[in-house]
Design a protein around this ligand. Sequence first.
Ligand code: NAP
Length: 487
Amino acid sequence: MAASQYFKREAIFLNGSWRQANSNKSIDVFNPANGQKIGYVPNAGEEETREVVKAAKLAFEDFRKTTALERANILRKLHDEIMQNQEALAELLTLEQGKPLAEARAEISIAASYLLWFAEEARRVFGDLIPSPHSGQKLMVSKQPIGVVAAITPWNFPFSMIARKVGPAIAAGCSVIVKPSELTPFSGLAWGVIAEDIGLPNGVINIITGEAEAIGHVLTRHLDVRKLTFTGSTRVGKQLLEKSASTVKKISMELGGNAPFIVFEDADLDKAVEGAIAAKYRNSGQTCICTNRFYVHASIYDDFVENFTKETKKLKVGNGFDLDITQGPLINEVAIEKAKRFVEDAKQKGGVILTGGKPYLHSLETGYFFEPTVIANATKDMLFSKEEIFAPIAPIYKFESEAEVIALANDTDYGLAAYFYTQNLGRSFRVSDALDYGMIGVNAAMLTKVEAPFGGVKASGLGKEGGSQGIDEYLESKYICLGGLEA
Ligand code: NAP
């Protein structure tokens, strides 16, 4: 743990310097596994945000002039620095977020791999040469960095969500202002330490913590912020979209989900159960692409439910630092209350609790643990049919036909990820086409790959992160009509 203390900074990182809020006020940070205070971060507001926009704008003017190769090398250095400190960063992540240490290590590693991906992409930002309809002209299109980027990130993947934004922003030649969640700010502030250690120019990465609304107010309405990238709830995303309208920024929104997981009668049942466990319980169900609704064909419903429940009972709940743990705590008391509400509502409407169903009482600690929960006989009038669960609760619905389950799966405002299991090739294509989602897992439960575009449709968001599309969000096309070329 000593090494993780090096990255734990109780200060904001503005223009290459560490400092407190102007008001000297702070926000306490707690370990969700035991409710104990682990530190504080500055409670900055509008004033500091305006200062940081000014610094980021100045830094951008120089940084935009760097070559793609120079920026690729910066990203490689960031990658190496993160991987050399993987264990310390993972410990810090588990301390403030609660996830099992193995999952925290994986998050640090995937974050680093986004940087490597964008180091490679940085050198492939090509323009176009377009045939002109008029003689003596060349029509050219070049790509330019968009400018100062504001990145607002959530608590559930507090390190890797920043990598998906900082990686392409730096690759494109932008400067960035990151606002991590007050619930898990240390993993965000650690990016300041890493930036400092690799000698990144001042103001290229800035990390600010504090009053979310006040900081958001300035970032959305400031003309010098040319891009807002947000990962978080649909509720806050909609507010930020509205506020950004007055300054017509480029926007990316990675928002909430309500993922269906369909098991057809022709699925490999063992693989479907294995995938179902992975797609439900990672990060204790606190993942935007976590399954919210399991739909299982009536002919295999009982078998699936039995096997899935048996596997769920093997999960081990507890402090993420304990070695045999698979399920850490939920983030706070509000999350526990929400989980209880989902279970009570389902019970009243005929749901059958096969395992779990209540907060988990850890023997020594008093953290926010919830039992992995399986609810059979789920119906569409239950609250979790429409709302994002964000807890280890697995409702299982029964269906009879392909057409019926496609309609059920699409009957939501969200459209982030969907999964289905089948061994029928025709059905794989047919159902993939019919599902209104940004990402589809066919016989696959782990979707996130740096090489592929991550993002949703409908109320799940706008734009993509990762893949070859990820960098476009940070670039503007500029068209140049070069005339007078006749002899
Ligand atoms: P959230 O409450 O929307 O918060 C996200 C971020 O926005 C935090 O930094 C938060 O700061 C900040 N924020 C809150 N209110 C704000 C305001 N009025 N103005 C500016 N910023 C504001 O979401 P969350 O609870 O942290 O994260 C969970 C949600 O994120 C889920 O819905 C999940 O599905 C979604 N998510 C989506 C993806 C994806 O890729 N699609 C990935 C991960 C998570 P404070 O925390 O300091 O208040």
